[in-house]
Ligand binder design. Sequence first.
Ligand SMILES: [Zn+2]
Length: 851
Amino acid sequence: MSFGVKLAVLAGFVLVPSMTAVEREASGGARPPDAEPNAGSFCVTNRAPLAPGAFFKLPIGSIQPKGWLRHQLELEANGMTGHLQEISKWCKFENSAWASPDGQGQFGWEELPYWLKGFGDLGYVLEDEKIIKEARKWIDAVLSSQAPDGYFGPRTNKTGLEGKPDLWPHVVMLNVLQSFYEYNGEDRVLPFMTKYLKWLNTLPGEAFGRGYWPRIRFGDTIESAYWLYNRTGEPWLLDLAKKIHDHMENWTSGVHDWHNVNVAQGFREPGVYYLQARNENFLRAAEYNYKTVMDLYGQFPGGGFAADENARPGFTDPHQGFETCGIVEFMHSFEMLTKISGNPVWADHCEDLAFNSLPAAVTPDWKGLHYLTCANQVLLDRHNHAPGIENSGTMFSYSPFEVYRCCQHNVSHGWPYYAEELWLATPDRGLCVSLYAASEVTAKLGDGSAVKISEETDYPFGDTVTLKISTAKPSGFPLHLRIPRWCDKPSAKVNGKGVSLGAREHSYVIIDREWKEGDVVVLRLPMRVTVKTWGKNHNAVSVNYGPLTFSLRIGENWTRYGGTEPWPEWEVTPTTPWNYGLVLNEHDPAKSFQIVKPTRTNPSQGGEPGGQARGAAPLPGGAGGGFTPSGDDANPFTAQTVPIALRAKAKKIPAWKLDRFGLAGKLQDSPVKSDEPAETVTLIPMGAARLRISAFPVIGAGKNAHEWTEPKPPPVSASHCFEWDSVEAIIDGLEPKNSNDHSIPRFTWWDHRGTVEWVQYDFIHPRMVSAVEVYWFDDAPNGGCRAPRSWTLLYKHGDAWEPVAGASGFGVKPDAYNRVTFGPVETTGLRIEAQLQPNFSGGILEWKLLE
Ligand SMILES: [Zn+2]
């Protein structure tokens, strides 16, 4: 694929206005801002010559999450993440090469560091002694595994890439150590990391361009080098960072790799390196990467993009998936870029994913997850959906097991990292409320006084944020409040008195004054319903209320299909129709929705705009039979417990059905005709909808309204096809690299062995053919498929199949197209008939017709 642009750093290219729109309340104690960047800050800031950066992480432990966020973290601790050592073979101490002092052991790749990265931080943010103790056991083992040269951990990785080091798992482990140090200041960490990074610095530059995963994701180690530099000041760390930047994937010149997690994690690298380069074009390059990917593949709500392993041209419908690893890595990228750039748009993006996608990627009790979350996803079964989505096999049903190996471990850091980034330190010795959630923060501010601020809010389910200040003596410091993009009328009061914000949306409001014990700031971020049209996705619409996106509420039937009593695996199937288009008010689409608050909500918070009615009635359309693993009123992210919902008018679109891959059929152009009666439907927050339609067709009646047409059946069929493969793969136009290419969809007759089988291609109109090319699938020596023993080509002659005449020979060569020429035939179908090798099956990667 070649979407990459030659030079991403376009002069004058700006994704969004950057963070200069600030307002200062010039009452008592205001200081000139940023006179001396970072001077006298009470937390670790960027050391020169690195750029100052906009905000800084507070020491872990400064922020106590409360409310729904704390509850999510507790569910995580009681669920999969807190118990993964009981479930995952990679997290068993006795088998892990990460746990042994000499780096020997069965398992030593990314899984353990992926898990430990979030597991440790989960313990720290919850102050959960049991988790902290368990994490320390692992970290102690890692810290005691350092070899004299500085290398540590699994020794197999040191020669893991054809004799050269596979540096990827260590990229993740450094993050584990950074958090551990930030939490407890453990004195072994800095010398340990220094010694390891010194070893890394002895490697030639090419080492950082080697290996698919490390090459693309090495920006994380640049961040680790800066983290260490800010604490030790050793200048060679910046040389190392530059060496990595110069040799790793070039993210500064655009997006050249389309793997979901690689993009989510890698796109930010120029933004990180900006700190050293001190050239804003690097920040722009990260913005440009984001925009490039989202313009092509992010044309639906939820904050993710269509890449159900890789982003693929033509696969941009909201039924494509976004990997759970991608959700949490994208969130982490946004958190990092918020601190580096001070551009509030990154925090907006982070909230978008956190509220609308992450909760739905896991079961409500955090005892299972799935690989792929889609904006339109109406069936979470365990069966194959490839090549509608790229990967074959189980991708949608919920499981805590290794079927989702990477995400199973990596999902752990989503909420803990989020909780650590709610509040940030500012260079002017103040605080920034970056991501809104109920919490309590303690920090040294202004002249060094310890100040505690409690944040009370139901956000994003309510629009009011109350900050209560607690300080032993009056203290002057600025409070930076993020104004999200969607909010156009923010207001604030200090101790009941209105503050003149003059604020613009999408900026930070700064209230700089002398704060006293008991001071109260009430920030209101009024939310209203908005309707967004996705012009690049058939004019479908999505419905937002503040930062929340809403999805059709679909009855969920939860069926256990595997796992164990404590760790069940679930399929979720719909019990109510999902094929609705919305009937919108033509003049003001936002007026088409009625807000309802079906369950408990704090009446002092969260008013509705425009006098819309507040209803208390239960939601129509029950969960529909079956057991739901929720029953938990403190979790707002379930269909049964959402604190807010919308009612709307909709009509069914009868021809909109599951496609042949079991996905919600692809969107077609809106407006769409429907003769069905108008019904009242309920929309619930997307993050609470395990089954959902989030990108809706719009119902229309005028001349411009379209008929929804049922897609034609595929023109290929076969005597048999393995469930995880597809017959369509043979005509998908994807070029095989070799006969054992597992990176593209394939067709196989598996597990039919030694038999005579066929595959056929039908044409609507007769066509002239005089040659075909066949690329056999052959996974020798380990697999069970080989090129067939022999084959022949037949064409449709009336109702009969006749052999083509004068064939040049039926090749069975692997790793190449086998071309057959024959006397031209005009026909409505061709059929390959193959005699499989004894004891082997067979398959085809691509089949081409030539005139
Ligand atoms: Zn994953």
